[in-house]
Design a protein around this ligand. Structure first.
Ligand SMILES: NC(=O)c1ccc[n+]([C@@H]2O[C@H](COP(=O)([O-])OP(=O)(O)OC[C@H]3O[C@@H](n4cnc5c(N)ncnc54)[C@H](O)[C@@H]3O)[C@@H](O)[C@H]2O)c1
Ligand SMILES: [Zn+2]
Length: 352
């Protein structure tokens, strides 16, 4: 276990960055830029540098942490720094961060001088298991997330569970949502293993299996023709709750926390509409409730939550599409449900 081959690039699981050193040796880039945010620059960059040879030379570009900075202004800052440092087309950008740094750094690199190479080092659990394959880069424009971006593959992706030691527990729990989603939709044996997931010492082997599942689904459906939709389990309702929470709560839910709520609601719908057994529903719900904090879902939020689902660009003609479990480890897509069925699921969540 140390490498997953995806379409066009590999995901390396390495503590010592052997393959990164080999890649940099082989390519002989004219310049190496490392993009970090303030936190990852302080907490994680030293670990990377310690693994590199003394002769390793690089320029650091640092951005402010946070989704609100994943925008064109920071991108312009990155491009200007690269110009100031005389970057040519043979420069490389190493993005060391969570989804904000890797999305924005990937975008900045994929557009600078019509595209220079970039390498992603994911150091946040959610990004490791969710963003390592697929090659999406991007920034937000005003309130619209990821609206400007490219599909550009990195030269390589690196995952090293050692970086997760400095990550706070809430972020780990949020990332776990995507891992357990992979188990629910694809692999019941993996679900059994995940039950032993230790948040104090996140297992690289379990992270590996998650990336492997995501990669299997993405490579089986490269053009997003259908199967990939199973990755949306928990996300139709979860994403709408996340949006509601961002707009209304003092301390909004993280993405994975909202997906934790969404998976409970959609497991309920799976039992009602797709053959998930009562016992499996009880198992899924008990597990999710043992990991994720309960969310105070208010009756008065239902209208806004369902309206968000209707407006989602993934739906057509006002119909709301779901990916639902058929059993533990099996998922099917293109289930269209009406508002009253969805409301029933929200009421179910409230009743727990
Ligand atoms: N490209 C994709 O396929 C893809 C997939 C999922 C999410 N995303 C994007 O990712 C973004 C969210 O990213 P995120 O959730 O990773 O958040 P983030 O990048 O904002 O990181 C969250 C916080 O954790 C800190 N941090 C990161 N790693 C750390 C570490 N190892 N130790 C200590 N602190 C650390 C960061 O400095 C930041 O303050 C969204 O914009 C989303 O659109 C992209
Ligand atoms: Zn997600």
């Amino acid at each position: 276990m140390n490498k997953i081959d995806s379409i066009g690039h590999s995901v390396f699981f390495e503590a010592d960055f052997t393959s990164l050193r080999a890649l940099l040796d082989e390519r002989q880039y004219s310049k190496v830029f490392i993009l970090t945010d303030r936190n990852t620059g302080e907490l994680c960059l030293p670990l990377l540098i310690a693994a590199m040879p003394e002769s390793f030379t690089y320029d650091i570009i640092e951005v402010d942490p946070g989704e609100e900075n994943k925008n064109i202004d920071f991108c312009i800052g990155i491009w200007k720094m690269m110009l100031d440092f005389d970057a040519d087309r043979n420069a490389v950008m190493i993005n060391l961060g969570g989804g904000v740094v890797t999305d924005m750094g990937g975008f900045a690199a994929s557009t600078f001088k019509r595209g220079i190479d970039f390498i992603q080092i994911f150091i946040i659990l959610l990004a490791q298991v969710d963003a390592s394959v697929g090659g999406k880069t991007g920034i937000d424009l005003d309130a619209v997330k990821n609206i400007i971006g490219t599909f550009t593959l990195p030269q390589a992706v690196f995952i090293n569970a050692g970086f997760l030691r400095t990550l706070d527990r809430r972020q780990l729990v949020s990332g776990y949502a995507e891992m357990v989603k992979h188990a629910f939709i694809y692999d019941s044996a993996y679900y059994e293993q995940l039950k032993a997931f230790n948040f104090d010492e996140p297992s690289e082997a379990l992270i590996y299996r998650s990336v492997e599942i995501k990669n299997a689904v993405v490579t089986a459906d490269p053009k997003e023709a259908g199967l990939r939709k199973i990755l949306n389990f928990g996300h139709t309702i979860g994403h709408a709750i996340e949006t509601y929470s961002l707009d209304n709560d003092n301390s909004p839910l993280l993405h994975g926390e909202a997906i934790g709520v969404g998976m409970i609601c959609e497991a309920f719908l799976s039992q009602r509409h797709n053959g998930l057994s009562e016992a499996e529903l009880a198992e899924v719900v008990a597990h999710l409730r043992s990991v994720f904090p309960a969310y105070q879902l208010k009756q008065e939020s239902f209208g806004a939550i369902i309206a968000t689902m209707r407006n989602d660009k993934k739906n057509s003609q006002g119909r709301i599409g779901f990916s639902l479990l058929k059993g533990l480890g099996e998922c099917s897509y293109n289930h269209y449900l009406e508002a009253d069925a969805i409301e029933e699921a929200l009421v179910y969540y409230q009743s727990l």
